[in-house]
Ligand binder design. Structure first.
Ligand code: C6P
Length: 409
């Protein structure tokens, strides 16, 4: 049975009072999740007992650090069901994953007249790297529209995917509308015109099982810090034949097999894409986060979040003047973005903060989506493994309170 109170005990920060006598209600996990003690301890243990550089020394500490750094990669490969460990590349975050593909694959494979298809749901991390690439290469970006409920206009895919499309890069779960997209269907559609498919799993991997083989995606990126792991590290998964033929992204130490004054031979996968001293403590922490989430079970995590989100959706729907962005039910992940008539999202967030409730307000790095929705900003409450129904009640009460502060009818 999913015991949320026991799970809450795993997160030391949840016992924090943000102001004297005001306990934290953390509803901002989509921006960055909190960390269970096992993750914090694993990183402390590394720094206290076996910190050294990896892949370089023959001494004991370097061996231990290398073993743990690579063991974490193995856990991640299993977590996303990658066929081979070498297909898991450590990057700085999901953003770097997109940049890596845009630079290394994009510069070798995109030319004048080619098209890259995105969707109107995308985060800036899955827009701007392609804008830079398209401008440099004379390629065109297109955006699959959304419907007013925040789901993708799938029936219009045929108009947007053509023989000119070289890549379809899309989110698996929107950080604003909450929409969970039909990944396999979109990947198949891309492949049917000979395009590659890249999946933004930044808001999926923390919340639901991910199976890159079932998705059949060519690339997939996510960040550690949204899934109980530390900041500073993320994952790029890629199909082996693509990663093998792509030139390096960053260059320097560790990503080479041999260097002469005249040139270099790149290292094997995955190290070809990991230049310089890597994120060792962060990999250890991410490995511990994967252990933690696996111990809860990703199906159970998803089920818990579904229950909390459905409950929140119903409670918030009753607030006068509220506009909830995105779809209902099974097509929605664990977050709710909304506006309240007569109240700016930043005012909402500020009033809630005084009650210890942390939410995010703004464009959430998805300005084009907000423009499409006719909004400049939204308030967003996002849920995770430790969110309780009582916290949703507190959120609802605080929103009623915010309306009364502003004397809204
Ligand atoms: N969204 C949010 O509050 P990074 O910053 O690289 O870890 O993740 C980028 C990213 C990519 N795709 C999606 C769907 C995302 O939600 C994010 C990060 C955070 O919504 C911070 S802007």
């Amino acid at each position: 049975m999913y015991d949320v109170e026991r799970i809450r005990d795993d997160f030391p920060i949840l016992k924090t009072e943000v102001y004297p006598g005001v306990p934290l209600v953390y509803l901002d996990s989509a921006a960055s999740s909190q960390k269970p003690l096992t993750v914090i301890r694993a990183m402390d243990d590394y720094y206290e007992h076996y910190h050294a550089n990896v892949h370089r020394g023959v001494h004991r500490l370097s061996e231990l650090a290398t073993t743990e750094y690579e063991a974490a990669r193995e856990k991640i490969a299993r977590f996303v069901n990658a066929p081979e460990i070498e297909q898991i590349i450590y990057v700085g975050n999901a953003t770097e994953g997109f940049n890596l593909v845009a630079y290394a694959w994009g510069r070798a494979n995109i030319g004048s007249g080619d098209e890259i298809l995105l969707t109107e749901l995308e985060h800036h991390a899955n827009i701007v790297p392609w804008q830079i690439l398209a401008e440099e290469k004379g390629a065109t970006l297109r955006y699959l529209p959304i419907l007013d409920d925040g789901t993708l206009a799938i029936e219009r895919l045929g108009e947007f995917l053509t023989e000119r499309t070289k890549l379809f890069s899309f989110t698996a779960a929107s950080n604003v509308a909450g929409t969970i997209t039909p990944v396999r269907e979109l990947v198949d559609a891309a492949h049917s015109v000979g395009a590659l498919a890249m999946v933004d799993a930044a808001q999926l991997a923390p919340h639901m099982p991910v199976d890159v083989q079932a998705m059949d995606c060519d690339f997939l990126a996510f960040s550690s810090h949204k899934m109980c792991g530390p900041t500073g590290i993320g994952i790029l998964y890629g199909k082996r034949h693509l990663l093998e033929t792509m030139p390096p992204f960053m260059s320097g130490g560790d990503m080479i097999r041999r260097v002469t004054f005249d040139g270099f031979v790149p290292n094997d996968l995955p190290w070809k894409f990991e230049a310089g001293t890597p994120r060792i403590a962060e990999a250890v922490g991410l490995g511990a986060a994967i252990d933690y989430l696996s111990s809860l079970g990703m199906d159970a995590v998803h089920e818990h979040e579904r229950a909390v989100t459905d409950y929140a959706f119903e409670a918030l729907s009753d607030i006068p003047g509220i506009r909830i962005i995105g779809p209902l039910g099974s097509q929605r992940g664990g977050l709710i973005s909304f506006t309240l008539a007569g109240l700016h999202p930043h005012d909402i967030a500020e009033i809630l903060d005084k009650k210890g409730i942390a939410i995010r307000a703004g464009h959430h790095c998805a300005m084009p989506l907000h423009q499409r929705l006719g909004l400049s900003a939204t308030a967003r409450a996002s849920f995770y493994v430790h969110t309780t129904f009582e916290e949703i009640d507190q959120l609802t009460a605080a929103l009623h309170h915010a309306r009364s502060v502003f004397k809204l009818k």
